[in-house]
Design a protein around this ligand. Structure first.
Ligand code: BES
Ligand code: MN
Ligand code: MN
Length: 464
């Protein structure tokens, strides 16, 4: 497939310009102020899909942001690949930590990206990775190498929990019918160590509010005699993990699927250097659940983390005050076996139980998501593995990721189809953080690899 490289070489500048154009649209789904921009991003993607050669494309309205749907059906008897991605992005704050505007993409070199990387919110998560699929499709159309049918489903609410998706899947089963789902919204271990994501963690997310006295009080006149909700909240949170860093919520680990020693030994073969890891984060040591390696802690083990905590006086200087209320946002990453609704309930009940009588506690669950694991011996995985082997010259390693993409378990539940997580980002690409970036190498390597997946998958499928 020599024509792939030649086509990319010939259209490189345009492929990049088109992505930069999309990155200039601040499609932040979490902030209603950016509503018009989120909608604009969906329109751009629809137009680009039409230009690339789909039979038709439409903007499907949902109770939230729309889903861009498009398809190219060449022959109903051939397999169908459904591409999923998202055009919404995370908020860009804190803005002052960006070295260039989050929506003014620029290309800069980094130690891990000597060829340059595109710095912008959404560069890697997920506009850059999603757009590789649009360009790979264009390439296959224009070189007459598209071997099967393609459907695109690009959503705009992934970063806020994909709340409209379950309804959309349930009412569009026919339209979305496919043999395999292909997603680039994860990463690889390194640019010279290709990998394929074979699992994602689930998510349970709860906001808590602790109320002490009915108003803010003078901390001298009342200090010591009434419950300080910030002190209490801190104690309650601290008690959620024991001295071995295990979560103390009763029943939390009950349904966790444990891996066999063989599986853990297999996992430990994936290249990982603890010293480099610590160095990159400027840590003198790592931290986590006793008895597990760093790689295990952030993939096959569930966790609990405070994502935000606030209350009281945080302005300039000192104000001697006991706040009436304290708040926190707490997330739990879940692994196969654990059910987000069940864990959310266990958390809420426990949090009420451990509260002293002197405060009132409110728990407010947010969106969650189911964990996911995929086999490494089916046609989808084999096609992806062979594709990477062809373009990287190395067989990719299967890796379970710590992140979450709730739609993936929903796809399996509603469409009964497995997803292949063929991502090309690096963990160090700073997704969700200031200075998010995506390597030019990664962008073009993705565009190059995707057509091989289609070819391999179609061939494997036709053998059976
Ligand atoms: N693309 C990420 C998830 C991801 C990144 C998985 C890297 C594996 C490797 C996705 O956009 C995301 O951020 N998901 C959220 C979940 C969602 C419910 C807000 C997450 O993992 O926090
Ligand atoms: Mn994403
Ligand atoms: Mn994300």
């Amino acid at each position: 497939m020599n024509n792939i490289k030649a086509y990319i070489e010939q259209h490189k500048d345009r492929f990049l310009d088109e992505l930069l154009h999309l990155l200039r649209v601040p499609s932040i789904s979490a902030d209603p102020e950016y509503k018009q921009d989120v909608l604009k991003a969906s329109e751009i993607i629809k137009s680009r899909l039409i230009e690339a050669g789909v039979d038709y494309a439409e903007i499907c309205e949902t109770p939230g942001y729309p889903i861009v749907y498009a398809e190219k059906i060449i022959d109903r008897s051939l397999p169908t690949v459904l591409v999923y991605g998202h055009y919404d992005v995370q908020p860009a704050d804190p803005l002052e930590l960006w070295t260039s505007g989050p929506f003014e993409p620029v290309i800069k070199k980094t130690p891990l990206h000597p060829e340059g990387a595109i710095f912008a919110r959404g560069a890697c998560d997920d506009k850059g990775q999603m757009y590789m699929h649009v360009k790979a499709f264009e390439l296959m159309m224009n070189t007459e190498t598209l071997p099967c049918n393609v459907k695109f489903m690009i959503e705009g609410e992934e970063e806020v929990g994909s709340e409209s998706l379950e309804g959309f899947l349930k009412s569009n089963r026919e339209k979305l019918a496919c043999d395999v789902i292909l997603i680039s919204d994860t990463g690889i271990l390194a640019n010279d160590i290709p990998s394929i994501t074979t699992g994602l963690r689930g998510l349970s997310y709860v906001e808590v509010e602790v109320t002490g006295p009915n108003r803010d009080l003078h901390s001298g006149l009342y200090g010591g005699a009434v419950a300080n909700p910030i002190n209490i909240l801190s104690k309650m949170i601290a008690s959620l993990q024991d001295e071995n860093n295990r979560v103390t919520i009763p029943g939390f680990y009950d349904d966790v699927e444990t891996l066999s020693m063989e599986e853990r030994a297999e996992m430990a073969k994936a290249p990982f250097n603890l010293e480099d890891y610590k160095k990159a984060l400027e840590l003198s040591d790592v931290y986590g659940e006793e008895g597990y390696s760093t790689m295990e802690r952030n993939s096959i083990r569930p966790t609990l983390d405070v994502n935000g905590i606030w209350g009281g006086y945080t302005g300039e200087g000192a104000k001697t005050v006991i706040a009436s209320k304290a708040f926190a946002k707490i997330s739990m990453r879940l692994v196969p076996g654990q059910d987000p609704d069940k864990i959310t309930k266990l958390f809420c009940d426990h949090f009420q139980n451990i509260a002293p009588k002197s405060v009132k506690v409110k728990t407010m669950p947010h969106h969650g998501g189911m964990p996911y694991v995929s086999p490494t011996n089916d046609n989808g995985y084999k096609a992806a593995s062979m594709a990477m082997e062809e373009t990287y010259g190395k067989k990719p390693v299967p890796v379970r990721s710590g992140g979450s993409i709730p739609i993936v378990a929903l796809f399996e539940q509603e469409l009964k189809v497995k997803s292949i997580l063929l991502g090309f980002g690096l963990d160090s690409d700073a997704i969700h953080s200031p200075n998010e970036h995506y390597g030019l190498f990664n962008y073009f390597k993705g565009i190059e690899t995707i057509p091989y997946f289609y070819k391999n998958y179609t061939e494997l499928k036709q053998k059976h």
